[in-house]
Design a protein around this ligand. Structure first.
Ligand SMILES: CC(C)(COP(=O)(O)OP(=O)(O)OC[C@H]1O[C@@H](n2cnc3c(N)ncnc32)[C@H](O)[C@@H]1OP(=O)(O)O)[C@@H](O)C(=O)NCCC(=O)NCCS
Length: 183
């Protein structure tokens, strides 16, 4: 499904368009994901993992757009995609139908201006409307900003995957498992 288009105004007055990226945006999504992977170590990929395949991204975006419950919350300034959030069913089996997984990233120069909180609120409201009972995510233990924002938006920390990530400098980071259980 695709969400209804809306606007978010940054503190400096610039206007952000929030809508769902579709297959037509595959190249923009690729550029965004490659850029955010290079900006911090908080994303799953490193640039050295190689370029993303726009065809595969387009397939994923088609599948999300055609799904009744999965959706994207994408942020654009002008024509450039600067925020990427996806909510997807954990697994299409009866015992998992109440659970959604969420991943998100915003370009560094647009962080810390309330956009992430806005996108998250929208995603949680839509997830509820789509029949999910909880939204789950994993976050790097040293990602203080993300952990703060997720807690502010109702997520709780339920567990930890020790040494889930080994960085290029040889140090490890735990993955913190969080969920927002709708009650
Ligand atoms: C994590 C992310 C999605 C948050 O979005 P955002 O637009 O920056 O978040 P917001 O501006 O809405 O909110 C950030 C909050 O963190 C707080 N914050 C900022 N830096 C912080 C820090 N170092 N420690 C704790 N809190 C911090 C801000 O004060 C704000 O809280 P408040 O609303 O209570 O004042 C975004 O920063 C991002 O994409 N970062 C890079 C990639 C990433 O980390 N993705 C998440 C992977 S799980």
């Amino acid at each position: 499904m695709r969400i209804k288009e809306q606007k978010y105004i940054l503190p400096d007055g610039r206007e952000i368009t929030i809508k769902s990226a579709g297959p037509e945006d595959a190249l923009k999504v690729k550029l965004h994901r490659e850029a955010t992977a290079a900006e911090t170590h908080f994303m799953a990929r490193e640039p050295e993992d190689g370029e993303l395949n726009p065809g595969k991204i387009a397939e994923g975006l088609i599948s999300v757009a055609e799904s009744e419950r999965d959706f994207m919350v994408s942020a654009y300034i002008g024509d450039e995609l600067i925020g990427d959030l996806g909510v997807t069913l954990v697994r299409p089996h009866i015992k998992y139908l109440h659970r959604a997984y969420l991943g998100m990233s915003i370009r560094q120069s647009y962080t810390g201006m309330g956009l992430g909180s806005f996108m998250m609120k929208l995603a949680l409201d839509q997830a509820k409307a789509n029949g999910f009972e909880q939204v789950e995510l994993g976050v790097y233990s040293d990602n203080d900003r993300a952990r703060h924002m997720y807690k502010k938006m109702g997520f709780k920390e339920y567990g930890m995957n020790p040494r889930a990530f080994k960085l290029k400098d040889g140090t490890y980071r735990d993955e913190i498992i969080m969920a927002n259980i709708f009650e």
